[in-house]
Design a binder for this molecule. Structure first.
Ligand code: FPP
Length: 232
């Protein structure tokens, strides 16, 4: 009998849509930005847990192009959190030997935030244990469109591999597992081209409550998946 081919035990690349911060805060009668702060706290320890489990690349959706249309007060709070994150966490990433990469349109962010991001990337350049990718001001369609426009500028047809190399994720393998917290069952303009064969995992748990134990559940579900890439 043909043996069932299960996925590699640990995904090489995990992507996470960190949804539900606002609802987490609402349940506690707190302002939305308190939910984002709780999300940031969780994000910091979760990104350590992920690398401890042997994952090599972790991509976190921190702010979509569309999120930039949220009320000014919420955006102000999020930008303050980004400032705090980059001021306090880059040293830890260096200590833990993690390379930081940010994808997205940094021109949409306040100039000082984008400078902190570029400095963080530069300082963690040597990180060899894992890669933490933060998607900030990121949109999957915008990523694809920029690559299409680049192909048009080059003036000749491109292959899938050449096209992939024009995306913001060019040096990264495609995600093996995409987790979305917070109950919604959609991709919301995340890594659209890159997740063509990614295993999807949805949980009702709101992001600040997405514990290491919940991560382990998602990893266990992934290990049971049969990946066929459209073949028999
Ligand atoms: C979605 O939840 C979450 C966001 C738009 C922001 C994610 C940000 C963080 C986890 C923390 C800060 C990140 C960094 C890089 C420091 P939502 O607000 O849409 O939640 P809701 O659907 O319950 O309203």
């Amino acid at each position: 009998m043909k043996q069932k081919q299960t996925a590699e035990r640990v995904p090489r690349h995990i992507a996470i849509i960190m949804d539900g911060n606002g609802r987490w805060a609402k349940k506690r009668l707190l302002p939305r930005n308190a939910g984002h702060r709780a999300g940031m706290k969780r994000m910091i320890s979760l990104s350590e847990a992920v690398f401890d489990r042997g994952v090599q690349i972790c991509t976190l959706f921190a702010l979509s192009t569309e999120n930039l249309s949220r009320p000014q007060e919420e955006l102000k709070g999020l930008f303050s959190l980004f400032r705090e994150y980059f001021a306090k966490n880059v040293d830890t990433l260096i200590e833990k030997n993690i390379l930081l990469k940010v994808i997205g349109d940094l021109t949409l962010l306040p100039a000082d935030v984008s400078e902190m991001i570029r400095a963080g990337e530069e300082r963690t350049k040597g990180g060899a244990r894992g890669t933490l990718v933060l998607a900030i001001g990121y949109g999957g369609r915008q990523d694809i469109l920029a690559a299409v426009n680049e192909a048009v500028r080059r003036g000749k047809e491109v292959s899938e591999a050449e096209f992939s190399a024009m995306l913001s994720t060019k040096e990264l393998p495609e995600p093996d597992l995409l987790i979305r917290t917070g109950k919604e069952v959609r991709i919301s303009n995340f890594l659209l081209w890159q997740s063509a064969y990614t295993e999807l995992y949805f949980t009702d748990t709101l992001f600040p409550d997405f514990s290491d134990g919940e991560l382990d559940k998602a990893l266990a579900a992934f290990a049971e998946r049969e990946r066929r890439y459209g073949k028999l």
